[in-house]
Ligand binder design. Structure first.
Ligand code: HEC
Length: 110
């Protein structure tokens, strides 16, 4: 009986850490989507970033990652499911993971 009690205490003590909220999971996925983190290019808030600039014929050309916080879900999904990008790496995300990332960017706006 004592052993069962002890196990119960262990489960209570360690169990708590292993439960992460939807927000925490979404944040983790945004930073570590089995590849380079989205924040590296789109910024912590997803509002986009200037990745670099160069001069061409006396003009400054900016290389930018776009704002991804205002897209309709279909556009967001299609962009991530597609493998045809100019600069963005191709990710192998499930539909559920893409939904989670979309959710994360919406939550951040609040
Ligand atoms: C290496 C930089 C980089 C990383 C990392 C990156 N992106 Fe992108 N993303 C871009 C660029 C640049 C574009 C514009 C299209 C292109 O040039 O590839 C883009 C386009 C997009 C678009 C389409 C935007 C539109 O207006 O149609 C979405 C959605 C998107 N990224 C989401 C993400 C998510 C989510 C992640 C993480 C899983 C991510 N990106 C990681 C650079 C990046």
């Amino acid at each position: 009986m004592r052993l069962v009690g002890l196990m119960f205490v262990i489960v209570l003590a360690y169990g708590e850490d292993s439960f992460i909220t939807k927000e925490e999971y979404a944040k983790m996925l945004y930073h570590n989507p089995r590849g380079i983190g989205c924040q590296k290019c789109h910024g912590e808030d997803g509002k986009g970033k200037i990745l670099g600039r160069y001069r061409e014929q006396n003009r400054t050309i900016l290389i930018k990652a776009p704002d991804i916080t205002k897209l309709p879900f279909k556009k967001f999904y299609d962009a991530l499911a597609s493998s045809k990008h100019r600069l963005m790496p191709h990710y192998f995300l499930t539909k559920k993971e893409i939904k989670t990332l979309y959710y994360y960017l919406k939550v951040k706006k609040r």
